[in-house]
Design a protein around this ligand. Structure first.
Ligand SMILES: Nc1ncnc2c1ncn2[C@@H]1O[C@H](COP(=O)(O)OP(=O)(O)OP(=O)(O)O)[C@@H](O)[C@H]1O
Ligand SMILES: [Mg+2]
Length: 276
């Protein structure tokens, strides 16, 4: 693990905290006094039906949207009243994989992944390229360095988006439906990358997903660097803590928060439906 990131995992303050956050678009109340905490090193899976505000929640965390009321703290700093300039420094420490991959179509894969270095004048171009190649290698896409995004499949674009999100060695990862629309095999690959990033770099993460299978992978497996694959967290009676909790959004409110075990023993039929 990079020393920088090790220190980040041990840094004081929460990774993310929402304190009674509300946001409406005209008459559409998307979030109503939503509160949750993501500790450093913790991972939270956000579940909810389409339109329940999952993407909005991640965009608020990135400071791309501002709440109408409530307070948001990210990596120990309250961002609610921050200017764009102040937000820039916070965003440097966050890696976001957008729902649509959101690659720039007019520049190469390498330039897409290296976007963050354009504004970081303290990183020389050779060093930037080295890090971009390393990030692409992490997602097994180094061979696409000179290709244009239009030449990639959906799953490849998603992997490039992950490379772009991790290249700056973030302390917090935000994944918005990273496996949506992908076949089961590619989805499993993407989830392996996400768990690998979690376990190799000890970052905190919020993962939005529609696929309960992804949630199980996050909660019940860990990455073994020796075998280069995911292994079950529960084995021969011993259990590795994957530091994963769940949050279910419903009609602007938090319907459930807790561990997988707590979710599995919930009587609430709405919450149980997500486990099916
Ligand atoms: N910029 C915006 N302007 C107006 N309304 C918006 C905006 N962004 C989101 N919304 C509304 O907020 C609600 C929540 O949207 P959001 O994108 O967070 O849903 P979601 O849970 O991510 O859904 P999906 O699972 O389909 O991705 C929706 O009703 C949407 O129409
Ligand atoms: Mg969404």
């Amino acid at each position: 693990m990079a020393e920088e990131q090790q220190r980040a995992a041990e840094a004081p303050g929460v990774a993310v905290e929402f304190d009674r956050v509300s946001l409406s678009f005209e008459k559409n109340i998307v979030l109503s006094e939503v509160s949750f905490r993501l500790e450093r090193g913790e991972n939270k899976i956000i579940l909810g039906v389409t339109g329940s505000g999952k993407s909005v929640l991640l965009k608020l965390t990135m400071g791309l949207l501002k709440p109408d009321a409530g307070r948001i703290t990210v990596l120990g700093e309250e961002i609610t009243g921050m200017t764009e300039e102040q937000m820039f420094a916070v965003r440097q420490k966050i890696g976001m994989v957008f729902q649509e991959s959101a690659l720039f179509d007019s520049v190469t894969v390498g330039e897409n992944v290296g976007t963050v270095f354009e504004r970081l004048t303290n990183v020389p171009p050779e060093e930037a390229e080295r890090r971009v190649r390393e990030a692409l290698r992490f997602v097994e896409m180094e061979q696409t360095f000179d290709l244009m995004p239009s030449e990639l499949s959906g799953g490849m674009r998603r992997r490039v988006a992950i490379a772009r999100a991790v290249v700056g060695q973030p302390q917090l990862m935000l994944y918005d439906s990273p496996t949506a629309g992908l076949d089961p095999i590619t989805s499993a690959r993407i989830m392996t990358l996400i768990v690998k990033q979690r376990d190799v770099s000890a970052v905190s993460s919020l993962l939005v997903t529609h696929r309960i299978r992804d949630a199980y992978i996050m909660a019940l497996t860990y990455y073994d660097p020796r075998q280069e694959k995911l292994l079950p967290a529960v084995q021969n009676g011993s259990r590795r803590d994957t530091n994963t909790t769940f949050l279910v959004l419903r009609d602007g409110n938090v319907q459930f928060q807790g561990t997988l075990e707590e979710m599995q023993t919930q009587r609430d039929p709405y919450v149980r439906r997500f486990l099916a």
